[in-house]
Design a protein around this ligand. Structure first.
Ligand SMILES: CC(C)(COP(=O)(O)OP(=O)(O)OC[C@H]1O[C@@H](n2cnc3c(N)ncnc32)[C@H](O)[C@@H]1OP(=O)(O)O)[C@@H](O)C(=O)NCCC(=O)NCCS
Length: 376
């Protein structure tokens, strides 16, 4: 490229492929998975049904859903060396780093990994959806010196995950709330981590490499890592009275307020609409409404002062926190759900592939005379 060209930093608004997976209207705050509005899915569907929807672009019949559930349950356990590896990590390792390493390592035990057929890749997709939850929960147990709990085969994906981290079966209401959180996080267009997965898949590298790329991308605080950042901010604020002084200072210091703003939504993120209700409900059930009240005030003030709307990460933070989930598991939980969307996108990319390779505009020097090392 020799002539100066318009640069689209951040690929803002660039459309690079057709997709049948999710639709976002950022102006009105609308999200659709393969034809179904997120509000309907949040009300009526389960995470397992959404996995079927994303993999098949239609809702399952009962027998198909039963088969899918059995497939996920049958794939929940991870090979023992994965747990040994998790035990060998320093306990200061962030759970996202543990998941990233665990996901990559799982490839070694998968007989389908190099086959690169649609059938083999679909089998991998089911395995990864099932096993991400197990890896995250196993790491959380081992870092506390607790025994790793084998997955239960009589619980839903959501309830089994909560059981594996806490050692107790969740009550029905908590399990359903968490299930809907998984539904809400399952897919979201060509977001940064999905794009990462697709870039890797587009080189025709294997499924595990693509999924591992996505985990690394989700970890960042401008993407999935924001949910942990929201809770850190709420803890830093500490009280309802301190919300406004804290925000004024943070804005004066030009800090990014986690959980606000979005590249695509210029209205309230519809996922935040649902999560806001969950945050309030969990706060009331547990007697810890403080985090919801502080969030509500922060949301109002951010809109007044900056015109910014809350995104998916904002109310998921207080929802998970009041469920008793540690802050550093918030982003791994995002991955436990989003592996469904990543997998669907990896399959879609393989099915209609073209190498993804943008260009740069070189702005460095040219044609410099060579200088020998002793003369530099
Ligand atoms: C999500 C995000 C990265 C989108 O960024 P983007 O589309 O590149 O938008 P920009 O970073 O260019 O932001 C546009 C303007 O809004 C401001 N802004 C955006 N989000 C902000 C936030 N959360 N806090 C404070 N200011 C913010 C920027 O400072 C910028 O202001 P300026 O034009 O005066 O410099 C950004 O909103 C952000 O950093 N949010 C916080 C992290 C977060 O919650 N991420 C999860 C997203 S689901």
């Amino acid at each position: 490229m020799t002539e100066s060209q318009a640069i689209n930093q951040g690929l803002d608004g660039v459309v690079i492929a057709n997709s049948e997976l999710s639709f976002i209207d950022g102006q009105i705050g609308k999200l659709v998975y393969s034809g179904y509005n997120i509000f309907d899915l949040a009300e009526h569907s389960t995470f397992e049904e959404v996995v079927f929807l994303l993999f098949n672009k239609r809702l399952p019949r009962q027998a198909e859903l039963d088969t899918l559930k059995a497939q996920l349950v049958g794939n929940r356990a991870v090979p023992a060396p994965i747990v040994d590896m998790l035990r060998s990590l320093p306990s200061t390792t962030h759970p996202m780093a543990a998941l990233r390493t665990g996901a990559s390592m799982l490839a070694g035990w998968d007989p389908d990994v190099e086959a690169m057929t649609p059938e083999a890749n679909l089998r991998i997709a089911y395995r990864l959806v099932a096993q991400f939850a197990t890896v995250v929960a196993a790491y959380h147990r081992v870092r506390q010196g607790l025994p790793v709990l084998p997955p239960r085969d009589d619980l839903s994906h959501a309830a089994n995950f909560l059981y594996m981290i806490n050692g107790v079966e969740p009550d029905e209401a908590t399990a359903r709330t968490f299930d809907v959180c998984l539904v809400l996080h399952a897919d979201h267009g060509f977001n940064a981590s999905t794009f990462s997965a697709r870039v890797t898949a587009a080189t025709l590298s294997d499924f595990y490499s693509a999924a591992t790329s996505a985990i690394g991308t989700l970890k960042g605080p401008l993407h999935g890592g924001a949910n942990e950042g929201v809770m850190e901010a709420l803890e830093e604020i500490g009280s309802l009275e301190n919300v406004e002084p804290w925000l004024d200072q943070a804005l004066a210091d030009k800090r990014r307020i986690m959980g606000f703003g979005h590249r695509v939504y210029k209205a309230l993120d519809p996922r935040a609409v649902v999560l806001k209700k969950f945050s309030q409900r969990m706060g009331e059930i547990t007697g810890k409404r403080k985090w919801f009240d502080m969030s509500l005030k922060l949301q109002d003030l951010m809109f007044q002062k900056k015109g910014l709307y809350a995104n998916v990460d904002f109310y998921s933070a207080s929802t998970y926190y009041t469920m008793g989930i540690p802050m550093d598991l918030f982003t791994p939980i995002f991955a436990v759900s989003r592996i469904a969307g990543w997998s669907a996108h990896i399959l879609e990319q393989y099915a209609s592939n073209r190498l993804i390779r943008p260009r740069e505009q070189y702005v460095g020097p040219m044609d410099l005379p060579w200088v020998d090392i002793g003369a530099r």
